[in-house]
Design a protein around this ligand. Structure first.
Ligand SMILES: NC(=O)c1ccc[n+]([C@@H]2O[C@H](COP(=O)([O-])OP(=O)(O)OC[C@H]3O[C@@H](n4cnc5c(N)ncnc54)[C@H](O)[C@@H]3O)[C@@H](O)[C@H]2O)c1
Length: 337
Protein backbone atom coordinates (compact mmCIF):
# COMPACT_ATOMS: atom_id res chain seq x y z
CA UNK A 1 0.00 0.00 0.00
CA UNK A 2 1.16 3.53 -0.76
CA UNK A 3 2.35 5.47 2.27
CA UNK A 4 -0.41 8.08 2.84
CA UNK A 5 2.14 10.51 4.29
CA UNK A 6 3.62 10.81 0.76
CA UNK A 7 0.47 12.54 -0.51
CA UNK A 8 0.31 16.34 -0.57
CA UNK A 9 -2.66 16.26 1.84
CA UNK A 10 -3.05 14.88 5.35
CA UNK A 11 -5.56 12.15 4.46
CA UNK A 12 -5.76 10.93 8.03
CA UNK A 13 -6.88 14.35 9.21
CA UNK A 14 -9.42 14.70 6.38
CA UNK A 15 -11.00 11.24 6.53
CA UNK A 16 -10.67 10.18 10.18
CA UNK A 17 -14.25 9.74 11.52
CA UNK A 18 -15.68 10.94 8.20
CA UNK A 19 -18.90 9.33 6.97
CA UNK A 20 -18.32 8.03 3.49
CA UNK A 21 -20.54 6.31 0.92
CA UNK A 22 -19.06 4.51 -2.06
CA UNK A 23 -21.50 3.56 -4.82
CA UNK A 24 -20.17 0.57 -6.72
CA UNK A 25 -18.31 -0.20 -3.49
CA UNK A 26 -18.10 -3.95 -4.05
CA UNK A 27 -16.49 -3.39 -7.44
CA UNK A 28 -12.84 -3.19 -8.36
CA UNK A 29 -11.97 0.42 -7.58
CA UNK A 30 -14.65 0.89 -4.92
CA UNK A 31 -13.47 -1.99 -2.74
CA UNK A 32 -9.82 -0.89 -2.90
CA UNK A 33 -10.92 2.62 -1.98
CA UNK A 34 -12.97 1.27 0.93
CA UNK A 35 -9.97 -0.55 2.35
CA UNK A 36 -7.83 2.60 2.17
CA UNK A 37 -10.55 4.76 3.77
CA UNK A 38 -11.01 2.28 6.63
CA UNK A 39 -7.29 2.42 7.30
CA UNK A 40 -7.56 6.22 7.41
CA UNK A 41 -10.27 5.94 10.08
CA UNK A 42 -13.40 6.65 8.02
CA UNK A 43 -16.82 5.04 8.49
CA UNK A 44 -17.66 3.47 5.16
CA UNK A 45 -20.91 2.34 3.54
CA UNK A 46 -20.74 0.38 0.30
CA UNK A 47 -23.74 0.57 -1.99
CA UNK A 48 -23.75 -2.01 -4.76
CA UNK A 49 -26.33 -3.93 -6.79
CA UNK A 50 -24.01 -6.93 -7.36
CA UNK A 51 -25.42 -7.25 -10.87
CA UNK A 52 -23.59 -10.38 -12.16
CA UNK A 53 -22.33 -8.82 -15.41
CA UNK A 54 -20.50 -6.05 -13.54
CA UNK A 55 -17.36 -6.11 -11.41
CA UNK A 56 -18.99 -6.33 -7.97
CA UNK A 57 -17.81 -9.30 -5.91
CA UNK A 58 -18.32 -9.97 -2.19
CA UNK A 59 -14.87 -11.53 -2.15
CA UNK A 60 -13.50 -8.02 -2.75
CA UNK A 61 -14.19 -7.19 0.91
CA UNK A 62 -12.90 -10.51 2.30
CA UNK A 63 -10.84 -9.77 5.37
CA UNK A 64 -12.46 -6.40 6.11
CA UNK A 65 -16.16 -7.26 5.79
CA UNK A 66 -16.64 -6.63 9.52
CA UNK A 67 -15.38 -3.06 9.22
CA UNK A 68 -17.73 -1.85 6.46
CA UNK A 69 -21.47 -1.59 6.07
CA UNK A 70 -22.61 -3.21 2.86
CA UNK A 71 -25.93 -2.24 1.38
CA UNK A 72 -27.00 -4.28 -1.62
CA UNK A 73 -29.10 -1.77 -3.48
CA UNK A 74 -29.37 -0.17 -6.86
CA UNK A 75 -28.45 3.45 -7.55
CA UNK A 76 -31.52 3.61 -9.79
CA UNK A 77 -33.61 3.41 -6.59
CA UNK A 78 -33.80 6.99 -5.36
CA UNK A 79 -35.69 5.99 -2.20
CA UNK A 80 -32.76 3.87 -0.99
CA UNK A 81 -30.35 6.65 -1.87
CA UNK A 82 -32.29 9.23 0.07
CA UNK A 83 -31.86 7.08 3.17
CA UNK A 84 -28.24 6.16 2.46
CA UNK A 85 -26.89 9.63 1.66
CA UNK A 86 -28.35 11.53 4.61
CA UNK A 87 -25.78 12.50 7.22
CA UNK A 88 -22.83 11.55 5.00
CA UNK A 89 -19.75 13.71 4.40
CA UNK A 90 -18.35 12.22 1.19
CA UNK A 91 -19.79 10.33 -1.75
CA UNK A 92 -17.45 8.49 -4.09
CA UNK A 93 -19.80 7.85 -6.97
CA UNK A 94 -18.34 4.82 -8.73
CA UNK A 95 -21.34 2.66 -9.62
CA UNK A 96 -21.53 2.15 -13.34
CA UNK A 97 -22.11 -0.14 -16.27
CA UNK A 98 -18.60 -0.33 -17.73
CA UNK A 99 -18.83 -2.50 -20.85
CA UNK A 100 -18.70 -0.63 -24.14
CA UNK A 101 -20.08 -3.57 -26.12
CA UNK A 102 -22.92 -4.13 -23.62
CA UNK A 103 -23.84 -0.46 -23.95
CA UNK A 104 -24.31 -0.97 -27.69
CA UNK A 105 -26.34 -4.17 -27.26
CA UNK A 106 -28.48 -2.80 -24.43
CA UNK A 107 -28.30 1.01 -24.61
CA UNK A 108 -31.22 1.67 -22.27
CA UNK A 109 -29.68 -0.08 -19.26
CA UNK A 110 -26.55 1.96 -19.77
CA UNK A 111 -28.68 5.10 -20.03
CA UNK A 112 -30.51 4.31 -16.80
CA UNK A 113 -27.38 3.60 -14.75
CA UNK A 114 -24.75 5.91 -16.20
CA UNK A 115 -27.00 8.85 -16.96
CA UNK A 116 -30.46 8.90 -15.34
CA UNK A 117 -29.37 7.44 -12.00
CA UNK A 118 -26.55 9.99 -11.80
CA UNK A 119 -29.06 12.80 -12.07
CA UNK A 120 -31.25 11.24 -9.42
CA UNK A 121 -28.26 10.82 -7.05
CA UNK A 122 -27.50 14.52 -7.44
CA UNK A 123 -31.15 15.42 -6.89
CA UNK A 124 -31.08 13.43 -3.64
CA UNK A 125 -27.98 15.40 -2.63
CA UNK A 126 -29.61 18.73 -3.49
CA UNK A 127 -32.78 17.96 -1.55
CA UNK A 128 -31.46 15.98 1.39
CA UNK A 129 -27.73 16.58 1.84
CA UNK A 130 -26.43 19.64 -0.02
CA UNK A 131 -23.25 19.69 2.09
CA UNK A 132 -22.03 16.35 0.75
CA UNK A 133 -18.81 16.36 -1.31
CA UNK A 134 -19.08 14.18 -4.42
CA UNK A 135 -16.33 12.66 -6.55
CA UNK A 136 -17.46 11.04 -9.79
CA UNK A 137 -15.55 8.31 -11.66
CA UNK A 138 -15.66 9.43 -15.27
CA UNK A 139 -13.71 7.93 -18.16
CA UNK A 140 -11.34 8.88 -20.95
CA UNK A 141 -13.78 7.04 -23.24
CA UNK A 142 -15.76 10.28 -23.51
CA UNK A 143 -13.03 11.79 -25.75
CA UNK A 144 -13.60 9.16 -28.42
CA UNK A 145 -10.92 8.83 -31.11
CA UNK A 146 -8.26 11.40 -30.23
CA UNK A 147 -7.53 14.34 -32.55
CA UNK A 148 -4.13 14.76 -30.89
CA UNK A 149 -1.95 13.08 -28.28
CA UNK A 150 -1.54 13.29 -25.38
CA UNK A 151 -5.19 14.14 -24.80
CA UNK A 152 -5.75 16.99 -22.36
CA UNK A 153 -9.02 18.04 -20.75
CA UNK A 154 -9.63 20.67 -23.46
CA UNK A 155 -9.91 17.97 -26.13
CA UNK A 156 -13.29 17.80 -27.86
CA UNK A 157 -15.70 15.27 -26.30
CA UNK A 158 -16.88 13.00 -29.09
CA UNK A 159 -17.76 9.57 -27.67
CA UNK A 160 -17.76 6.59 -30.01
CA UNK A 161 -20.24 4.46 -28.08
CA UNK A 162 -23.40 4.72 -25.98
CA UNK A 163 -21.42 4.19 -22.78
CA UNK A 164 -19.23 7.21 -23.59
CA UNK A 165 -22.26 9.44 -24.19
CA UNK A 166 -23.95 8.42 -20.95
CA UNK A 167 -20.76 8.73 -18.89
CA UNK A 168 -20.24 12.19 -20.41
CA UNK A 169 -23.73 13.22 -19.36
CA UNK A 170 -23.18 11.71 -15.89
CA UNK A 171 -19.97 13.69 -15.54
CA UNK A 172 -21.57 16.96 -16.63
CA UNK A 173 -24.54 16.60 -14.30
CA UNK A 174 -21.99 16.57 -11.48
CA UNK A 175 -20.30 19.72 -12.76
CA UNK A 176 -23.67 21.40 -13.33
CA UNK A 177 -24.85 20.65 -9.79
CA UNK A 178 -21.58 22.03 -8.49
CA UNK A 179 -21.89 25.22 -10.51
CA UNK A 180 -25.61 25.87 -10.14
CA UNK A 181 -26.53 24.37 -6.75
CA UNK A 182 -23.20 24.42 -4.94
CA UNK A 183 -23.13 20.63 -4.46
CA UNK A 184 -19.33 20.36 -4.32
CA UNK A 185 -18.45 17.90 -7.07
CA UNK A 186 -15.62 17.01 -9.39
CA UNK A 187 -14.84 14.23 -11.84
CA UNK A 188 -11.81 12.11 -12.62
CA UNK A 189 -11.50 10.86 -16.19
CA UNK A 190 -9.95 7.50 -15.51
CA UNK A 191 -7.88 5.72 -18.12
CA UNK A 192 -7.29 1.91 -18.11
CA UNK A 193 -7.12 1.03 -14.43
CA UNK A 194 -5.76 -2.30 -13.24
CA UNK A 195 -4.83 -4.02 -10.01
CA UNK A 196 -6.08 -6.46 -7.38
CA UNK A 197 -9.88 -6.97 -7.29
CA UNK A 198 -10.46 -6.13 -10.96
CA UNK A 199 -12.88 -8.31 -12.95
CA UNK A 200 -10.85 -11.03 -14.67
CA UNK A 201 -13.69 -13.38 -15.56
CA UNK A 202 -14.09 -11.81 -19.02
CA UNK A 203 -13.24 -8.61 -20.89
CA UNK A 204 -16.30 -6.64 -19.75
CA UNK A 205 -14.29 -4.33 -17.49
CA UNK A 206 -10.95 -4.42 -19.34
CA UNK A 207 -9.15 -6.66 -21.85
CA UNK A 208 -6.32 -6.89 -19.32
CA UNK A 209 -8.65 -8.85 -17.02
CA UNK A 210 -9.13 -11.72 -19.45
CA UNK A 211 -5.43 -11.64 -20.36
CA UNK A 212 -4.54 -12.17 -16.70
CA UNK A 213 -7.09 -14.94 -16.25
CA UNK A 214 -5.91 -16.90 -19.31
CA UNK A 215 -2.25 -16.38 -18.46
CA UNK A 216 -2.75 -17.76 -14.94
CA UNK A 217 -4.75 -20.67 -16.35
CA UNK A 218 -1.79 -21.48 -18.60
CA UNK A 219 -3.72 -20.66 -21.79
CA UNK A 220 -2.72 -18.28 -24.61
CA UNK A 221 -4.49 -14.91 -24.67
CA UNK A 222 -5.36 -12.78 -27.70
CA UNK A 223 -4.02 -9.34 -28.56
CA UNK A 224 -6.05 -7.51 -31.18
CA UNK A 225 -3.78 -5.73 -33.66
CA UNK A 226 -1.31 -4.79 -30.96
CA UNK A 227 0.14 -1.48 -32.12
CA UNK A 228 -2.45 0.68 -30.32
CA UNK A 229 -0.90 2.88 -27.64
CA UNK A 230 -2.43 3.09 -24.19
CA UNK A 231 -1.68 4.36 -20.70
CA UNK A 232 -2.52 2.54 -17.47
CA UNK A 233 -3.05 3.59 -13.88
CA UNK A 234 -2.51 1.21 -10.99
CA UNK A 235 -5.53 1.18 -8.71
CA UNK A 236 -3.64 2.55 -5.66
CA UNK A 237 -2.74 5.62 -7.72
CA UNK A 238 -6.39 6.07 -8.71
CA UNK A 239 -7.29 5.95 -5.02
CA UNK A 240 -4.76 8.69 -4.26
CA UNK A 241 -6.45 10.83 -6.91
CA UNK A 242 -9.94 10.09 -5.54
CA UNK A 243 -8.87 11.04 -2.01
CA UNK A 244 -7.07 14.20 -3.10
CA UNK A 245 -10.01 15.39 -5.16
CA UNK A 246 -12.41 14.68 -2.29
CA UNK A 247 -10.26 16.55 0.21
CA UNK A 248 -9.27 19.58 -1.91
CA UNK A 249 -11.82 22.34 -2.35
CA UNK A 250 -9.83 23.53 -5.41
CA UNK A 251 -11.06 20.45 -7.25
CA UNK A 252 -14.71 21.46 -7.07
CA UNK A 253 -16.25 21.94 -10.52
CA UNK A 254 -13.19 20.51 -12.25
CA UNK A 255 -12.55 17.48 -14.44
CA UNK A 256 -9.17 15.75 -14.34
CA UNK A 257 -7.42 13.22 -16.54
CA UNK A 258 -5.38 10.51 -14.90
CA UNK A 259 -2.52 8.63 -16.51
CA UNK A 260 0.39 6.35 -15.81
CA UNK A 261 4.16 6.19 -15.69
CA UNK A 262 4.46 5.27 -19.39
CA UNK A 263 2.75 4.84 -22.72
CA UNK A 264 2.90 1.36 -24.19
CA UNK A 265 1.59 -0.54 -27.22
CA UNK A 266 -0.71 -3.46 -26.50
CA UNK A 267 1.74 -5.98 -27.90
CA UNK A 268 4.54 -4.61 -25.70
CA UNK A 269 2.15 -4.73 -22.76
CA UNK A 270 1.38 -8.38 -23.52
CA UNK A 271 5.11 -9.16 -23.68
CA UNK A 272 5.70 -7.31 -20.39
CA UNK A 273 2.89 -9.22 -18.69
CA UNK A 274 4.32 -12.56 -19.88
CA UNK A 275 7.78 -11.50 -18.71
CA UNK A 276 6.53 -10.43 -15.27
CA UNK A 277 4.64 -13.72 -14.98
CA UNK A 278 7.77 -15.67 -15.82
CA UNK A 279 6.17 -17.30 -18.89
CA UNK A 280 3.04 -17.54 -20.99
CA UNK A 281 1.82 -17.14 -24.54
CA UNK A 282 -0.22 -14.68 -26.55
CA UNK A 283 -1.39 -14.49 -30.16
CA UNK A 284 -1.85 -11.41 -32.27
CA UNK A 285 -5.03 -11.38 -34.37
CA UNK A 286 -6.89 -8.75 -36.41
CA UNK A 287 -9.28 -6.44 -34.59
CA UNK A 288 -12.77 -8.07 -34.52
CA UNK A 289 -15.05 -6.49 -37.13
CA UNK A 290 -17.95 -5.97 -34.68
CA UNK A 291 -15.74 -3.88 -32.36
CA UNK A 292 -13.90 -1.88 -34.99
CA UNK A 293 -16.52 0.91 -35.24
CA UNK A 294 -16.08 1.72 -31.52
CA UNK A 295 -12.29 1.39 -31.46
CA UNK A 296 -10.54 4.61 -30.44
CA UNK A 297 -7.11 3.83 -31.90
CA UNK A 298 -4.21 5.26 -29.87
CA UNK A 299 -4.86 7.02 -26.57
CA UNK A 300 -2.74 8.44 -23.82
CA UNK A 301 -3.61 11.28 -21.54
CA UNK A 302 -2.04 14.53 -20.45
CA UNK A 303 -2.52 14.68 -16.68
CA UNK A 304 -0.68 17.91 -15.91
CA UNK A 305 -3.86 19.58 -14.64
CA UNK A 306 -4.30 17.25 -11.67
CA UNK A 307 -0.57 17.36 -11.01
CA UNK A 308 -0.62 21.15 -10.91
CA UNK A 309 -3.93 21.61 -9.03
CA UNK A 310 -3.80 18.72 -6.56
CA UNK A 311 -0.21 17.48 -6.61
CA UNK A 312 -1.17 14.01 -7.91
CA UNK A 313 1.35 11.85 -9.70
CA UNK A 314 1.23 8.13 -10.44
CA UNK A 315 3.72 6.35 -8.20
CA UNK A 316 3.49 2.70 -9.19
CA UNK A 317 5.34 1.61 -12.35
CA UNK A 318 3.54 -0.59 -14.84
CA UNK A 319 5.95 -3.47 -14.18
CA UNK A 320 5.42 -3.32 -10.39
CA UNK A 321 1.67 -2.89 -10.75
CA UNK A 322 1.40 -5.93 -13.04
CA UNK A 323 3.51 -7.99 -10.65
CA UNK A 324 1.28 -7.02 -7.71
CA UNK A 325 -1.83 -7.82 -9.72
CA UNK A 326 -0.59 -11.24 -10.82
CA UNK A 327 0.46 -12.05 -7.24
CA UNK A 328 -3.03 -11.23 -6.00
CA UNK A 329 -4.74 -13.52 -8.53
CA UNK A 330 -2.28 -16.38 -8.25
CA UNK A 331 -3.75 -17.09 -4.81
CA UNK A 332 -7.35 -16.09 -5.43
CA UNK A 333 -8.30 -16.66 -9.07
CA UNK A 334 -11.10 -19.10 -8.23
CA UNK A 335 -13.02 -16.38 -6.39
CA UNK A 336 -13.19 -14.30 -9.55
CA UNK A 337 -14.40 -16.87 -12.10
N1 LIG B 1 -11.61 0.25 -14.41
C1 LIG B 1 -11.36 1.13 -15.37
O1 LIG B 1 -10.41 0.96 -16.16
C2 LIG B 1 -12.20 2.38 -15.50
C3 LIG B 1 -11.88 3.30 -16.50
C4 LIG B 1 -12.66 4.44 -16.66
C5 LIG B 1 -13.73 4.68 -15.81
N2 LIG B 1 -14.03 3.78 -14.84
C6 LIG B 1 -15.20 4.06 -13.99
O2 LIG B 1 -14.91 3.79 -12.64
C7 LIG B 1 -16.08 3.30 -11.98
C8 LIG B 1 -15.74 2.04 -11.22
O3 LIG B 1 -15.29 1.08 -12.17
P1 LIG B 1 -14.66 -0.31 -11.79
O4 LIG B 1 -13.53 -0.52 -12.71
O5 LIG B 1 -14.42 -0.41 -10.32
O6 LIG B 1 -15.81 -1.29 -12.27
P2 LIG B 1 -16.66 -2.36 -11.46
O7 LIG B 1 -17.62 -2.96 -12.42
O8 LIG B 1 -15.75 -3.29 -10.73
O9 LIG B 1 -17.41 -1.46 -10.39
C9 LIG B 1 -18.65 -0.88 -10.65
C10 LIG B 1 -19.58 -1.36 -9.56
O10 LIG B 1 -20.82 -0.69 -9.73
C11 LIG B 1 -21.83 -1.62 -9.40
N3 LIG B 1 -23.06 -1.20 -10.06
C12 LIG B 1 -23.30 -1.19 -11.39
N4 LIG B 1 -24.55 -0.75 -11.59
C13 LIG B 1 -25.07 -0.49 -10.38
C14 LIG B 1 -26.33 -0.01 -9.96
N5 LIG B 1 -27.28 0.27 -10.84
N6 LIG B 1 -26.54 0.18 -8.63
C15 LIG B 1 -25.57 -0.12 -7.73
N7 LIG B 1 -24.37 -0.60 -8.08
C16 LIG B 1 -24.13 -0.77 -9.40
C17 LIG B 1 -21.34 -2.94 -9.91
O11 LIG B 1 -21.96 -4.05 -9.28
C18 LIG B 1 -19.86 -2.87 -9.61
O12 LIG B 1 -19.55 -3.43 -8.35
C19 LIG B 1 -17.14 3.09 -13.06
O13 LIG B 1 -18.08 4.13 -12.99
C20 LIG B 1 -16.36 3.15 -14.35
O14 LIG B 1 -17.11 3.69 -15.43
C21 LIG B 1 -13.28 2.63 -14.66
Amino acid sequence: MIDPSKLPMDCRRVFRDANVVITGGLGFIGSNLALRLLDLGARVILVDSLTPEYGGNLFNVRGFEDRVRVNISDVRDEHSLKYLLQGQDYLFNLAGQTSHMDSMKDPFTDLEINCKAQLSILEVCRRHNPGLKVVYASTRQIYGKPDYLPVDEKHLLRPVDVNGINKMAGEWYHILYNNVYGIRSCALRLTNTYGPRMRVKDARQTFLGIWIRLLLEGKPFEVWEGDQLRDFTFVEDVIDALLLSAGCEDANGNVYNLGGDCTISLKDLAALLVDVNGGGEFRIRPYPADRKPIDIGDYFGDFRRIREDLGWDPKVSLRDGLARTLDYYRERLKHYL
